[in-house]
Design a protein around this ligand. Structure first.
Ligand code: FMN
Length: 183
């Protein structure tokens, strides 16, 4: 059992990173092997819409760090994607990653590598539940793409890096999602 974490925040000590770590902790407590990727530190180009993947069994023609991620996802059972809310949506780092998953879409990925479980964790500055529609539609998109979304978590009212550290209820939920991913 292998569970990956993808962090879509550029900040050191980010709330996103803390939440992704908690999910992975929950998974490793259940015996899963875990690995975390900081998307901001990786060279990931936007999808070039060349459609190479569609005629080549899901192989992406863009030679960048996403190639390592493709390999890791194929070998993993599940992953958690974490993103801060930027301008009512996910950060660009997280969106680039998702766009590049287009390579796996309708190219026989599931048949060859199995259905992967996914968790989504978000953090936002606003204390209200105002991005629920967006978060729901992101979940629907992953399910539509052929993943099995097992957990979605959104932490509100976090401004400075590390703000989420005091929010034990959220962190506990993150660990529970991780446990679920590992089972
Ligand atoms: C460019 C930018 C845009 C943001 N847009 C929003 C927003 O639309 N709504 C919101 O609630 N918070 C917004 N925030 C605040 C972040 O979502 C919040 O601080 C989050 O906890 C940061 O996560 P991190 O610590 O993982 O980087 C924005 C922050 C930045 C830097």
């Amino acid at each position: 059992m292998k569970v990956l974490g993808f962090v879509g925040s550029p900040r050191e000590g980010s709330n996103t990173g803390i939440m992704v770590d908690e999910v992975l902790k929950g998974a490793s407590d259940e015996g899963a092997e875990t690995k975390v990727f900081n998307l901001n530190k990786m060279n990931i180009k936007p999808c070039q819409a060349c459609q190479h993947c569609k005629g080549n069994a899901g192989e992406c023609a863009t030679d960048d760090d996403m190639q390592d991620i493709y390999k890791e996802i194929k070998e993993a059972d599940a992953f958690v994607l974490g993103a801060p809310i930027y301008m009512w949506q996910m950060s660009a780092q997280a969106k680039l990653f998702i766009d590049r998953l287009y390579a796996f879409f309708k190219t026989g990925f599931e048949e060859k590598y199995g259905k992967k479980d996914v968790a989504l964790v978000f953090t936002q500055g606003n204390p209200e539940d105002m991005f629920a529609g967006y978060i729901d539609s992101t979940k629907d998109m992953f399910n539509f793409l052929g993943y099995n979304v097992k957990g979605v978590l959104s932490a509100k009212g976090n401004q400075a890096p590390g703000d989420v550290k005091n929010k034990e209820t959220i962190l506990k939920k993150a660990r529970e999602i991780g446990k679920d991913l590992a089972n």
